[in-house]
Design a protein around this ligand. Structure first.
Ligand code: ARG
Length: 460
């Protein structure tokens, strides 16, 4: 493709280090779409004849059909998907294929193709995350009043409802979707027509190609447009944060599924057995989601470091933009699908969860709160009295609501028998009815709010 200037062909090493076709073949449909938009514009502007434009466009359809049925051939001499398409086009329609590249460079071409790919991936991710949110909301509704220990420092803190816990992840995913939507809106500009770096002398119509490819507008600076990969970085950073959320959810399931917890039985379809220990059922899918977050965050780091310090405009370093994005996209899509299945199909052991909440003195705060509201004791003092009650209960191996009244009154005579109403885990969660709190009433309210938002297509 640059034979006129060079005496020798590339060495084997040059050919191998230069070739991006092994990975950028994933862009074939975007490459065809962008070329079709470009050639239609060239024809409409009279830069090439309408007849040539039609011949090229039909040829591109034929190449696309071949890619779709036989796959994309990987010839390293052709370097990338752009040259592969153009060379096949030339085989099919002859020298007129050479007119396609008028008023265009691979620099604006790859920037356009990659943007189209990333834009589609934003939409696909959003679909997956929406399905995960729906699964969370359905299980939250089912378990709006199922009691479990709430943790801080992974120590039993106060009783919460499982529905409340699941909806916490609904909120994280809502923020992820909002981040993705924000980045998608920002990136939807067409670089096509920026040419190599400086624009072109041909009378192109950038608005027309932008419209044809569903972009909001053409980019405003050709130097920036061919060397900007912010859209890929935004994507990777939003993907990283999302993967981080998924890794936390995965970790909850891993802990809950362990024998000492026994809160949840994972679906067989998302677990594996052990080849040596017959009793084992391992949460491999959840562990891999937890692990994949490392690779996705690594992908974001890789592209940031690739882009750091690059002068304007295009440099070949930027060819390395695609593998991290492709890898992150497929890992994240799989992670979302795995967590959706896990949320939808796991079986929660609500008896076990309730028992754990009851055994952990999780209602100690309720006793302190009762002393404040019913006996008018300052909170710090109430906290101290409650500490003494917990110590006593612990030494007698009793739950808080099993400590006899006379023993409670021996610690503080202002306690009376109404206190027992406050000490059950049910009373405790029902009392936490502040907006966004864990009470079943609040959970049901948030379930309805989430359902409305999902139905109306609101992201956050
Ligand atoms: N394969 C290249 C990439 O992905 C296409 C652009 C090549 N441009 C160039 N001037 N060599 O970045």
């Amino acid at each position: 493709m640059w034979g006129g200037r060079f005496a020798d062909g590339p060495s084997a090493i040059m050919r191998e280090i230069n070739a991006s076709i092994p990975f950028d073949k994933a862009l074939w449909s975007q490459d065809i779409a962008a070329s079709k938009a470009h050639v239609a514009m060239l024809g409409a502007q009279g830069i090439i004849t309408a007849e040539d434009a039609a011949t090229i466009s039909q040829g591109l359809d034929q190449v696309a059909a071949e890619y779709a049925s036989d796959g994309v051939p990987e010839d390293w001499d052709l370097e990338d998907i752009h040259m592969t398409t153009e060379s096949r086009l030339a085989e099919l329609i002859g020298p007129v294929a050479g007119r396609l590249h008028t008023a265009r460079s691979r620099n604006d071409q790859v920037a356009t193709d990659f943007r189209l790919w990333v834009r589609q991936s934003f939409d696909d991710l959003d679909d997956g995350l929406r399905a995960l949110q729906s699964a969370l909301v359905e299980r939250a509704d089912e378990h709006a009043a199922s009691i479990m220990p709430g943790f801080t420092h992974l120590q039993t803190a106060q009783p919460v409802t499982l529905g409340h816990h699941l909806l916490a992840y609904y909120e994280m995913i809502a923020r992820d979707r909002s981040r993705l939507a924000d980045a998608r809106r920002r990136m939807n500009e067409s670089p096509l027509g920026s040419a190599a770096l400086a624009g072109t002398g041909f009378p192109i119509d950038r608005q027309a190609t932008s419209d044809a490819l569903g972009f909001d507008r053409p980019t405003a600076n050709s130097l920036d447009a061919v060397s900007d990969r912010d859209f890929a970085l935004d994507y990777l950073m939003a993907a990283s944060q999302c993967s981080l959320h998924l890794s936390r959810l995965a970790e909850e399931f891993i802990i809950w599924a362990s024998q000492p917890f026994g809160f949840v039985r994972l679906p067989d379809t998302l677990s594996t057995g052990s080849s040596i220990m017959p009793q084992k059922k391992n949460p491999d899918a959840a562990e891999l989601v937890r692990g994949h977050a490392g690779r996705i965050i690594g992908a974001a780091t890789a592209l940031m470091v690739t882009m750091k310090g690059l002068p304007l405009a295009y440099s070949k370093d930027m060819q390395d933009d695609k593998p991290p994005v492709f890898e992150a996209a497929s890992l994240l899509a799989l992670s979302i699908a795995a967590m959706t299945g896990m949320v939808a199909d796991s079986t929660f052991n609500t008896d076990r969860m309730r028992q754990a909440a009851e055994l952990g003195y999780a209602t100690a705060t309720d006793l302190a709160d009762w002393l404040v509201t019913e006996a008018d004791i300052p909170f710090r003092e109430a906290h101290h009295i409650t500490g003494a009650v917990v110590k006593l209960a612990e030494s007698e191996e009793l739950m808080l609501d099993q400590v006899p009244l006379e023993k409670l009154r021996a610690i503080d005579s202002r306690i009376d028998d109404r206190v027992y109403n406050a000490l059950s885990v049910d009373a405790s969660v029902a009392a936490r009815n502040s907006y966004g709190g864990t009470a079943p009433e609040q959970v049901r309210h948030q379930v309805e709010r989430a359902r409305t938002r999902l139905a109306e297509g609101q992201v956050q």
